[in-house]
Write a protein that binds this ligand. Structure first.
Ligand code: GUN
Ligand code: FE
Length: 424
């Protein structure tokens, strides 16, 4: 497998360079040089006249999708157990399942299924929670690296308010996190570590402060959950009186300042919290399917967009039941319509170009230049065949993309390229 090669794909290109606006190019050449997009051309110019071309004819070619928040160990029970709200659900399903990943053989088998499904999906880049177990987490990183996907993976840290098998001792939790950082940094091509305090209720102040210090010392980003569910938010108020939920992360150097961070959900953030997050450059991972399944609520995405927050989409398996980023896009639109109908009549719902931007360049910005076909961006591309979705006559590329977002599944993905490498 080589990264240093030059080739072109030919087809109908659709991408979003700016929020809320699609760029379309019919029958164009998308040139990859090294592992980056070199340009888009109607005819190949001189330096590239002889490069290999794969002609995908009438198919659509879009940037690889970016899943900003998902849980690898929860893939095993996706699609079941959505009969509870967050706190009871955590005790009943995720914690019980995650305790099993102490057993390396079990973890290996379960992660194998997750990695295979992620590889066949539309996701080119993902930001992933593992469990507290370093050996299984390192193995997950190795398996992901072998696929050619790009990912951030977090060994979870937690030392309070969780069952004994998953409750780390604070000192050991910090030593383990540091050792895992040393073992995983620059070891698995395409895969990087991300510090992962599970959420405020399951992390002591000492643990959060220690992880904040590690983030600064090792120059490693942070991911966590923020303001997902009303009972959870009240619990954080009791645990940390006088501070906002986002303020607690900020207090311990875990809210994107100085290192980037991703906060999943952000359903109940106050204006002050959104302001703080904006100033700290926080990435919000909006997870509409999970927020629906766990009856958590509907995140105020329109308000966040107006504030200029950075937003990507997440599947949050297994709060979310589907690993598909196409579903994440259609779900984001649908819940935004319910929010408008039920709560905010004067807020517009989300559009296809807006959610497409979030699922590509919006989330891709966590890597720097990813999620677009502009020159210099990582060469991530999906080739989509919509032949079986219905009659195409008279439809333009925007309409064909819309139908793919609502109707497609993995079988419509004909080829997938990540950082210049073809995965299938
Ligand atoms: N908050 C803390 N842990 C979790 C988790 O595993 N899933 C979701 N959806 N929310 C969480
Ligand atoms: Fe989550």
């Amino acid at each position: 497998m080589t990264y240093e090669h030059t080739f072109a794909l030919k087809g109908n290109l659709v991408y979003a360079a700016v929020p809320g606006k699609l760029t379309t190019r019919y029958n164009a050449y998308l040139v990859c040089a090294g592992n980056q997009v070199a340009g888009i051309y109607d005819a190949l110019p001189e330096p590239w006249a002889e490069i290999p071309v794969t002609d995908y004819q009438d198919r659509l070619i879009i940037p690889g999708l970016v899943d900003l928040h998902t849980h690898a160990p929860q893939f095993a029970f996706r699609g079941i157990g959505m009969d509870m709200e967050l706190l009871k659900w955590l005790e009943t399903y995720p914690f019980r399942e995650e305790a099993r990943y102490k057993d390396f053989i079990y973890a290996n088998q379960a992660y194998d299924r997750f990695v295979a499904a992620l590889t066949m999906s539309g996701t080119a880049r993902a930001v992933i929670f593992a469990t507290i177990h370093s050996p299984a987490t390192l193995h997950l990183m190795e398996m992901l690296s072998e696929t050619g996907l790009q990912a951030y993976v977090g060994k979870v840290s937690m030392d309070r308010n969780c069952p004994v098998p998953l409750r780390e001792k604070t000192k050991a939790a910090l030593e383990d996190a540091e050792q895992w950082l040393r073992q995983s940094t620059d070891r698995f091509p395409g895969i990087r570590p991300i510090l992962t305090p599970r959420f405020v209720p399951s992390c002591s102040e000492k643990l959060m402060a220690g992880l904040g210090a590690l983030s600064a010392a090792y120059d490693v980003p942070v991911q966590s959950h923020l303001s997902e569910n009303r009972a959870e938010v009240h619990w954080v108020e009791e645990l940390h009186p006088g501070r906002s939920y986002a303020g607690v992360y900020d207090q311990f150097g875990l809210l994107g300042n100085p290192k980037p961070c991703i906060m999943a959900h952000c359903v109940y953030c106050t204006e002050e919290e959104l302001e703080l997050m904006k100033n700290n450059g926080v990435f919000v991972a909006h997870c509409p399917q999970s927020n629906t399944n766990l009856a958590s609520g509907i995140a105020p995405v329109r308000r966040m967009l107006r504030k200029g927050l950075r937003i990507g989409l997440g599947t949050d398996v297994a709060g979310g039941s589907s690993l598909s980023m196409f579903r994440a896009m259609s779900d984001a639109i649908q819940v935004s319509k319910l929010r408008r109908a039920l709560l905010e009549e004067d807020e517009a719902f989300l559009t296809i170009p807006e959610v497409f931007y979030m699922a590509t360049k919006g989330g891709g910005a966590f890597w720097g230049k990813a999620g677009s076909f502009e020159p210099g961006y990582a060469f991530d591309a999906l080739v989509l065949d919509d032949t079986d979705l219905g009659f195409k006559g008279g439809l333009d590329l925007e309409q064909r993309l819309e139908r793919i977002i609502y109707l497609s599944d993995d079988r419509n993905i004909r080829a997938k390229y990540v950082a210049g490498q073809r995965l299938f």
